[in-house]
Design a protein around this ligand. Sequence first.
Ligand SMILES: [Zn+2]
Length: 648
Amino acid sequence: MLAGMSAPGWLASDVSAADVRDEIVVIYPKPDQLISAVDSTFILGHVPPKRGDWSYRIQINGQAVEVHADGGFIAFLPIQPGAFTFQLDAFLEEKDRDYQSRIKSPFSPRLPPYSVRLSRELTVFVPEPLSTVDADTLVIAGDHKPPRGRLELRAGDRLAVTFRGTPNCRAWFSIEGVADSVPMSESPPRLQPYWGETVFGAGAVPDSLKIRGIYTGFYNVPDTARIDTAQILYHLAPPSRETVIAEWLMHVSALELHRYLLWMQAGAIEKPSSYRVSFNNPSYPFTVRFADSVQIVRHGPRKGYLSIFQPEGVEALAVSAEGDWYRLQLSQTQFGWVARQSVQALAKGILPPHSYLRSIRTHAAADHVRVEFPLSGKHPFRVIEDNRRTIRVQLFGVTTDTDWIRYDFSDSLIDLATWSQPEPGLYELKLRLTSDIWGYDSFYAGNTFVFRLNRAPTDVTRIRGKTIVIDPGHSGDPGAIGPTGYTEAQANLELALVLKKELRRRGAKVVMTRQDDRHVALYDRPAIARANEADLFVSIHNNALPDGVNPFTNNGSSTYYYHLHSMDLARSIQGELLKATGLNDYGLFHGNLAVNRPTQHPAVLIECAFMILPEQEALLKTGKFRKKVAKGIAKGIEHFLKEYNHGK
Ligand SMILES: [Zn+2]
């Protein structure tokens, strides 16, 4: 997509520097952008490409930055908290000639290099890292990692309270009418990992994140505590006279001692929490009904997934809340969280379903085997892949009365089915299979829970005849953008079209989620795969990094799976891709990505190269590199199919 590479007008004619309308274009970050980095981050963009012997050299904040022949550049530079300005300067130079020799030359070049200088500034905002409160003043800075809004707790729940203030002091909290002087302690300084660096970088944690003055305490909500709404009051007092004498006198200067004395005269200070709490609110518990068709139950508000694809109509008991999240009691000891707006609260007194499961039956079909669980309501469920040939189906709120499991004798995929009741309110069916899991579906037909195990496609070891869905990532949104402005949406599409050809050549049936720039919504992409009864799903992407991660040491090809049954495909593709491209191994990832979550077939996402690096962006524009990538992915798919069931 390099347009206008020929006839560099500004160089061919005798245009003066004043007529040159070249500029420094910064692709990332954008002006005034908030950068979530710690101490360094990257900046990328382009200047006019190299023409003949002429090219630009760039300095950013006085540091020389390498420029690719096509004009692209990327730098990784130190930044400071607050408003931070990048100063970019570009100088035009002729190859093999330095500034001095040119001045001395009697035959002056047409375009004196020192007369073309491009400059621009770009200011971004870098948040102040959380720091230790200045020890000169007695102050409560406020909540530390507060909940996501109002906490609605019940007897037996633990309220954890944390605030930040002057270190080395005495702290406690109170809640009016319920708890008085609950003691708090200063926690030892702990490193706070920055996820961007730990997952996508080298795993380093900067020292600046070590902070002191974090006070913690907790309160177990008793039956007797009853408040509808209250703030927590934080209290902070100077260290006691005894503490000062016992621990510090030897080290404390006269000035510090004076400060402590002043604080002691002033006494304790207090500040309310920014959030409110309620204890034993009589509206709890109540039943909620899932209103979305693909509801996710999580382990905490906005935290990791406990179970995915819960259908509309599933019901469970809400027992407490944090901000916009309900906490559901799933079984005696298991709890999950759902967003308030995706469920409907039912009238007080309505109980969630409770079922006794009497019998289970399997039904064989050509391309699947169905396991049916007749229940008396729609229960939350969870599917766990223990290993390639063992899968467990858990049903919450179900009690066993299972005297019968009837196998469809014509089926050979399910080798053994065993039920258990790990705890009250949790029923589990374990399936032992004769082949590696290909994919599955779980849904309700009326109140019967159906678990449908998909068989591997016929003639599985060969790519011929397999339906492979290729998903060129993004469209509508550009995705990542390379230094010269090449968008990921476009790079993905151009690569995917070459892959389509490559797979068709090998006999596969290919379905594309998009063939052009038309917008296809993220969640429509897996739906296209389902509608076309895909055997495999491959999403094509090209990578960028989160703020603050060094792109020079973290780049290359990577492949992502979500379910265990997709891992072998990801591993095969990653292996062949590396061989084909020769890029760095950026890793095999378990990644919670929307296009990888569908369960029906193996699904992977491939980050072929790093868009944001000038060399890799340039490679992505070439037919040669696209072909290499396509061949690598095709070989990876073939290898996966050949090795399915270890070739048996
Ligand atoms: Zn992408």
